[in-house]
Write a protein that binds this ligand. Structure first.
Ligand code: G1P
Length: 292
């Protein structure tokens, strides 16, 4: 199997690190997640977290930061190099091509000091990121497309001024806006909107649009300062969406309508739909074929 063609699709990108917030308890997937971290549930023959790391690698990312919480240590174990020792006992397909891919990425873990939501999870990565731009991938948002969505976003980001952020968006039914961060602004072309307003989980009757954020972000280092000054919002959690409001006012935020089919594997129905789909569409195979 050929190696991933790093940077093939984002030559000018300065983004080398991706943060995976993984501290959540997966309550929407109970009882499956009583003991098993939701990101270790299989979708299409591999744990969800592995697909997220593969997306990062095939987008040219060189370092992945797992943000863990209590009971989530197995996620770090999954990427432990010691597990390669199992090679002699495992069926050949279990390691096929993957060792080579893992050698291209450094996977490190940090602990989220509290359970105060996505914003707090991203802030926990600041000590290892500093003020460089970085990506965020929510592992339960699985997206199928020949070009990984993060790679699509890094292409767009490479053409922007360094302080700008990019969020992946899709149109959702108005009845569903209360499940998402929702943004409104002016569309510059078919794919990109200059964001002027952001609301986390708005009531459908007051949502400023039906343009919903899905789990891919490219953020400037200035987001950490914004997060540190963001008070708890919806559900008493520090919301990344609320901190992003500061970017719309300062350097600016772009909403990017990505190409691909997205599955919300954070609910039982969504996880089942993703499992059915990815049983026939293996992301590793897809991206290796497309990008090599
Ligand atoms: C998070 C974000 C939300 C975003 C969603 C995408 O919400 O807070 O803005 O639209 O992910 O999946 P969560 O699903 O963690 O409640």
């Amino acid at each position: 199997m050929k190696p991933p063609a790093q940077r093939e699709h984002n030559h000018a990108s300065s983004v080398t690190t991706a943060v995976l917030p993984l501290a959540g308890r997966g309550t929407r997937l109970l009882p499956l997640t009583r003991a098993v971290p939701k990101e270790l549930l299989p979708v299409g023959g591999r744990p969800m977290v592995e697909s997220a790391v593969l997306e990062a690698v095939f987008s040219g990312i060189q370092r992945v930061v797992l943000v863990l919480g209590p009971g989530k240590g197995a996620l770090a174990d999954h990427f432990s190099p010691e597990l390669a020792d199992l090679r002699s006992q495992a069926p050949p397909h279990a390691f096929d091509g993957l060792d080579h891919i893992w050698s291209k990425v450094e996977v490190i873990s940090v602990m989220q000091p509290d359970s105060r939501g996505l914003g707090s999870a991203v802030l926990a990565a600041q000590p290892v990121i500093g003020d460089a731009p970085f990506a965020v991938i929510l592992a339960d948002d699985l997206i199928d497309h020949p070009q990984p969505v993060l790679a699509q976003m890094l292409e767009v980001h490479a053409g922007l001024s360094p302080g700008k952020g990019v969020v992946a968006v899709m149109n959702v039914p108005r009845a569903d806006t209360a499940r998402y961060g929702v943004c409104a602004g002016s569309w510059q072309n078919q794919q990109c909107m200059r964001v002027r307003k952001l609301v986390e989980k708005p009531n459908p009757s007051t949502a400023p649009s039906t343009t919903a954020i899905v789990g891919r972000y490219v953020l400037p280092g200035s987001i950490f300062d914004a997060l540190a000054h963001t008070r708890p919002g919806v559900d008493g959690e520090v919301q990344l969406t609320d901190a992003l409001c500061n970017l719309t006012e300062a350097d600016g935020l772009l909403a990017f309508r990505f190409a691909g089919r997205r599955f919300d594997a954070g609910t039982v129905a969504g996880w089942q739909a993703a499992s059915t789909h990815f049983a026939h569409h293996d992301l590793l195979q897809r991206w290796t074929t497309q990008l090599s």
